[in-house]
Design a protein around this ligand. Structure first.
Ligand code: ADP
Ligand code: MG
Ligand code: MG
Length: 250
């Protein structure tokens, strides 16, 4: 699904990603862990195509297409979803209406007509039931006064509605209590299928108790210095990151 080869990227002329190689196949969940400032969020932003970042070398091929030829919106319409770390509040626009707009924008980009209203309602009902989201929540103004957990619920709901091929979830270390963490984990687990994939970026080993990844990669100073299975996450929790840095230096 996604091949990243020797990816280098700068922000403000400073090199942050220094040769990333990563291959994600359908059905897989990959976790990226690493110390603060190692470039995890940069990697997610570069895959999503955020414009502040300059790719200086390497390539990202998503389903046979060179991502660098596509702007962020096109990438999203091809099926790449990036979770929003700083969700915007939109007073007067309900969660439901926001989802309708997002779905129809995606359909338009794919050359499809707006989704018929009854089909839309059915989809909203199906996905909200699956994620145990209640009706009251659906009529609230987008992100206005949302708790951390509600923001996560909204984000997972959006992911369920848009049904991306590749979801990139960048979980920062701030503001995620255990309930919010469980909302993310339950949602991701319910949405996991053989034909989609997840790139989960986290500082938290804890999240990986709830979402069991197929692969864990450790990012240090802009490079993946170690990859393994889910057991690597436990090892990191016990031993921290220093041993990997030392291993790498030898
Ligand atoms: P992580 O998500 O692993 O904590 P980031 O990708 O956020 O790491 O940051 C990697 C490095 O890039 C850090 O040294 C950070 O200071 C730098 N950086 C990130 N965003 C910017 C920015 N907008 N301008 C300048 N430097 C940045
Ligand atoms: Mg950080
Ligand atoms: Mg980060």
């Amino acid at each position: 699904m996604l091949h990243i080869n020797n990816l280098h990227a700068n922000i403000e002329d400073k090199e942050i990603l220094k040769g990333i190689n990563l291959e994600i196949k359908p059905g897989e969940v990959h976790a990226i862990m690493g110390p603060n400032g190692s470039g995890k969020s940069t990697l997610s932003s570069v895959i999503a195509g955020r414009e502040e970042y300059e790719v200086t070398n390497g390539e990202m091929i998503f389903e046979g297409e060179d991502l660098q030829e596509l702007d962020p919106e096109e990438r999203s319409h091809k099926g790449i979803f990036l979770s929003f770390q700083y969700p915007v509040e939109i007073p007067g626009v309900s969660v439901t209406n926001f989802m309708k707009t997002a779905i129809n924008a995606q359909r338009k980009a794919r050359g499809l007509e707006d989704m018929p209203a009854n089909e839309m309602l059915k989809l909203i009902r199906e996905k909200s039931e699956m994620l145990e989201i209640d009706r009251k929540f659906l009529s609230r103004s987008l992100n206005q006064g949302f708790s951390g957990g509600e923001k996560k619920r909204n984000e997972i709901f959006q992911m369920a509605m848009l049904d991306p091929k590749l979801s990139i979830l960048d979980e920062t270390d701030s503001g995620l209590d255990i309930d919010a963490l469980k909302i993310v984990a339950d949602g991701v687990n319910k949405l996991r299928r053989e034909d989609n994939a997840v790139l989960l970026i986290t500082h938290y080993q804890r999240l990986l108790n709830y979402i069991v990844p197929d692969f864990v990669h450790v990012l240090v100073d802009g490079k993946i210095v170690k990859s393994g299975g889910k057991e690597l996450a436990y090892e990191l929790e016990e031993r921290g990151y220093d041993w990997i840095k030392q291993e790498k230096a030898v």
